[in-house]
Ligand binder design. Structure first.
Ligand SMILES: Cc1cc2nc3c(=O)[nH]c(=O)nc-3n(C[C@H](O)[C@H](O)[C@H](O)COP(=O)(O)OP(=O)(O)OC[C@H]3O[C@@H](n4cnc5c(N)ncnc54)[C@H](O)[C@@H]3O)c2cc1C
Length: 371
């Protein structure tokens, strides 16, 4: 049983089928995905991480996406730029990325100015460009994986898990909002921002909270030359989208909770000035659309929590806490969950350091590639 039919649940279901599981059922209350994180994501996919697990998950997932013509993959590249004092981290990550076979270039301020003359650079010290990273359409990824799962006879049940029955160290049954009870050999908890409350029903505490994050679509009078997705020291993200640009700025101090309201002041007072300061042409932008979505933020270290709780909940696998990277890692996570469920161990990529044990130990496994 897979709880939640967002990109993670659909990927898990698909890979479980590929692994030969006879019956796979996804329980998803809302086929329109009105509150799910997946359809509102920026769509960025990068190998620019510091932890080998994150780099290798991106490598597998990006190759997977490139084989799916409908996801609208755009290989525009990723550019991280930092100010003075942050060069060491960027350089260390650059070396790790190179060691893992990622195509990356280190750019000093002069090279940044040469390559991107329309971008302000006087406050920048260093950049790293990964020309083979890019972005895609999140909803197409979701719908594509859902269709692929359905084509392999995965069942989708329009319902919501409201209780979890555990006996010994195993989950035996799930109770659904409709009143139905379903038996389960294994359960994958892929309920995104709701995963912590589902886990709680089974007696498992997860340090994962909903964190609101805005996305804005803007247009300029005159488009700039082709550009990569840019992430700057203010955590501003800008990438091309259709005739315009998708922009956002993460506020990690945002109060946690299920808040989907758009606060227009955030764009006017924070995002627009940050855009205009980085790229002067954005002073003249027109805001066309904005929306809010939720990160399933892992408060321990900003990394996903993947796997079961050995000896306590042996057949209950969580996959949540993606903290803004779940879309780009979904195929790798789906493959990992299928291996764990069917074989009881990781076969292709060892993700045990992303497991629940670090939560029990209170020992973060932090990603320094997030700036
Ligand atoms: C604004 C924004 C920008 C982002 N940008 C990026 C990006 O550029 N790149 C990237 O990789 N990631 C990005 N992310 C993160 C990414 O969207 C998520 O990590 C990913 O979509 C998580 O997928 P999911 O399937 O776990 O969650 P969701 O898509 O939220 O799906 C969870 C599903 O569980 C269902 N559910 C809830 N409760 C229950 C229950 N009790 N029973 C059954 N089902 C239940 C819900 O209805 C929902 O459909 C972004 C997120 C936001 C909000």
């Amino acid at each position: 049983m897979v709880v939640g039919g967002g990109v993670i649940g659909c990927a898990a279901a698909y890979f479980l089928k590929l692994a030969g599981v006879a019956r796979v059922c996804v329980i998803e209350p809302d086929p329109t995905y009105a509150k799910a994180a997946t359809p509102v994501a920026t769509g960025g996919c990068r190998r620019l991480f510091a932890l080998p697990e994150n780099i290798r998950m991106s490598q597998f997932s990006i190759e997977f996406f490139k084989g799916e013509p409908d996801v609208q993959w755009k290989e525009g590249g990723y550019l991280f730029v930092v100010g003075a004092g942050h060069e060491k981290v960027l350089e260390a990550n650059f070396r790790t990325q190179q060691d893992h076979g990622v195509k990356v270039e280190l750019l000093d301020r002069g090279r940044i100015a040469e390559r991107f003359p329309w971008m302000r650079n006087d406050d920048l010290a260093l950049g790293v460009l990964s020309p083979e990273d890019g972005w895609l359409d999140p909803n197409s990824v979701l719908q594509g994986l859902r269709k692929k799962a359905q084509a392999l006879a995965v069942e989708f049940l329009r319902d919501r898990v409201v209780d979890v029955y555990v006996s010994g160290t195993r989950v035996r049954e799930l109770e659904l909002a409709s009143g139905v009870r379903v038996e389960a050999d294994a359960v994958i908890n892929a309920a995104g921002c709701w995963a912590a409350s589902v886990a709680k029903l089974a007696g498992m505490d997860l340090p994962v909270n909903p964190m609101r994050r805005f996305e804005h679509y803007v247009e300029l009078g005159k488009a700039l030359p082709p550009m990569p997705l840019i992430k700057d020291p203010d955590r501003l993200v800008i990438r091309p989208e259709g005739r315009g640009y998708s922009v956002g700025l993460v506020d990690s101090h945002e109060p946690r909770g299920f808040n989907f309201d758009v606060d227009p002041r955030w764009f006017e007072e924070v995002v627009w000035p940050a855009c205009a300061s980085r790229i002067p042409a954005f002073e003249q932008l027109k805001l066309k659309r904005e929306w809010a979505g939720l990160y399933d933020e892992c408060e321990l270290d900003g990394n996903m929590i993947l796997g079961n709780w050995p000896g306590r909940l042996d057949n209950f696998y969580v996959a949540c806490g993606f903290s803004g990277h779940g879309l780009m890692h979904a195929p790798a996570v789906g493959r990992a969950l299928a291996e764990l469920t069917v074989k009881g161990r990781y076969e292709t990529l060892d993700l045990s350091r992303m497991g629940y044990q670090r939560v029990l130990d209170g020992v973060p496994y932090r990603e320094t590639g997030i700036i």
